[in-house]
Design a binder for this molecule. Structure first.
Ligand code: BES
Ligand code: MN
Ligand code: ZN
Length: 497
């Protein structure tokens, strides 16, 4: 789908979408419609109780007196509450019903909305961004799709007074969408296609954008002593990898660092998972995919920041070479770990990846992302990710960034008492806690043992990485939750002015 910005006018073909604020005046294009087909809008709105409330929608097919094939009215809610999220949801709601409708040309009319603090160019840019995000499809393996189910929209044209200003506002958003789409693609791929080596090869492609990408293989990691990460991968025919990405947009400034869990498939290992739903574990590399998508977004918009992205890539399989419950491994930090449950593997991977990141780069802080625990889904569902942090400023900023972009997080506690449950009889720590309670917190406490005093935040994204229902700007499937949040965190606080 091609996105363009164009001057406002009443088209005489294709689909037209109008955003209408609650009780607000009709936008300029609506006056042209009123002229061409007197009374049409008012009658349609009255007879369907359309008032411009947020989320309301009214589709008119082949409206009399107009050349349009469809006219879609969408409610924007109260004019003074319109912000970037409202604009993005509007864009998503505009494109969703039209994508496979047979329409090839969709136009969105964006006029000044009286009472809105949000200028038309920014509204137009965010509407286009929302539509773009919502238009995502992962369809490369559908070879027999019926013609009438295939996407039909070729061009989305956002009509706005100041075309140049809208284009300028859209450019960075388009870069972010590129990162989001990479993350969604990688998480959607099945595990026979995306495994540590092939995922590392995908990361390598970021070097086209100026990202420096290094890949450590098993010999290198063995030499360094990454026994925790390597233990997880030892049962798989696919060799483990550690991907190290660097984007240098701010000279020699101290970097910030993101570390992602990249379990390309999680069977549970010898502590094997039940069959039902195990296919979901192809997206157990969601954290790593977010880190890659984030670096792509930041590089694409040439962010003035130094960023390190590290992804620990392993496949967790049961086999004759697999790690056993009760095995003791030595982590890169030197701490020994008793592996009670081979299905608590993400924390083992992160332990070595984080120690490496901290030791080599001495970053300002580390944010890790991981589809880490089923327990966070019990606690927060699909609505919010769990946030664990030892730094108030960083935690506040992440919470606020999530609020801004509509990727919500919720702060969870990391009191010292939770750490006690990780005491092992024979090693420095064990990888699961005694008892069944607080599974997400004890997982975070395990990771914290490998933080070495750094400022740190951990996002448990197990509940938000995949969705079974369409959202405003996220079609069902991989969400790429975290890319927009962390991009916004960087943009707001960590770029050189
Ligand atoms: N990858 C899973 C967590 C997960 C569950 C992610 C569901 C997405 C959806 C993780 O490796 C895991 O298996 N965690 C265990 C930990 C337990 C053994 C302590 C869990 O949550 O059950
Ligand atoms: Mn697991
Ligand atoms: Zn896992």
């Amino acid at each position: 789908m091609k996105i363009e910005f164009a001057a406002s006018s009443l088209p005489n073909s294709g689909a037209l979408v109008l955003g209408i604020a609650e009780g607000g005046k009709l936008p300029g294009v609506a006056r042209a419609i009123e002229k061409a087909s007197p009374g049409l809008l008012k009658r349609a709105m009255d007879s369907s109780r359309f008032e411009g409330k947020k989320g309301q929608s009214l589709m008119l097919v082949a409206p009399a007196g107009l050349g349009l094939s469809r006219l879609l009215l969408l409610g924007l809610g109260k004019a003074d509450e319109i912000d970037s999220l409202v604009a993005e949801s509007f864009g998503g709601a505009a494109i969703a019903p039209l994508l496979a409708s047979g329409e090839t040309q969709v136009r969105i009319a964006v006029d000044r909305i009286e009472g809105s603090p949000f200028g038309p160019p920014r509204f137009a840019a965010h509407a286009a961004y929302g539509a773009l995000l919502r238009s995502y499809r992962f369809d490369k393996y559908r070879t027999k799709e019926k013609a009438e189910e295939k996407p039909s929209v070729k061009t989305l044209s956002v009509m706005v007074g100041n075309v140049e200003a809208a284009k300028r506002a859209f450019a960075p958003l388009e870069a972010i969408a590129g990162g989001v789409f990479l993350t969604r693609d990688l998480a959607s791929e099945p595990a026979n296609v995306i495994y540590p080596e092939s995922l590392a090869a995908e990361a390598k492609k970021l070097s086209r954008l100026g990202v420096k990408v290094e890949v450590l293989g098993v010999p290198e990691m063995t030499k360094l002593g990454m026994g925790a990460l390597l233990g997880v991968g030892q049962g798989s025919a696919r060799e483990s990898r550690l991907v190290v990405m660097q984007w240098k947009g701010a000279g020699d400034a101290q970097p910030i660092a993101f570390v992602g869990k990249g379990v390309t498939f999680d069977t549970g290992g010898i502590s094997i998972k039940p069959a039902a739903g195990m296919e979901d574990m192809k997206w157990d590399m969601g954290g790593a995919a977010v880190v890659m998508g984030l670096l792509k977004a930041l590089a694409a918009r040439k962010a003035k920041v130094n960023v390190v992205g590290v992804a620990g890539l392993v496949e967790n399989m049961p086999s004759g070479t697999a790690q056993r419950p009760g095995d003791v491994v030595k982590s890169y930090s030197g701490q020994t770990i008793e592996v009670i449950n081979t299905d608590a593997e993400g924390r083992l991977v992160l332990a070595d990846a984080i120690w490496y990141t901290n030791g080599r780069f001495k970053p300002k802080w580390i944010v890790d992302l991981a589809t880490l625990t089923g327990a966070i889904i019990i606690a927060l569902g699909e609505h919010r990710a769990g946030l664990f942090s030892n730094d108030e400023t960083l935690a506040e900023r992440i919470l606020a960034a999530g609020q801004r972009v509509g990727e919500l997080v919720w702060r969870m506690p990391i009191d010292e008492v939770y750490d006690k449950a990780l005491a092992s009889e024979i090693a420095d720590v064990k990888n699961v806690s005694d008892g069944r309670g607080a599974g997400s917190i004890t997982a975070a406490k395990f990771i914290q043992r490998f933080i070495d005093g750094a400022k740190w935040a951990h996002l448990d994204i197990a509940g938000v990485t995949w969705t079974k229902k369409d959202g405003p700007v996220t079609p069902k499937g991989a969400t790429a939750f975290g890319v927009r949040l962390l991009e916004s965190l960087v943009a707001a606080h960590y770029e050189k002015k």
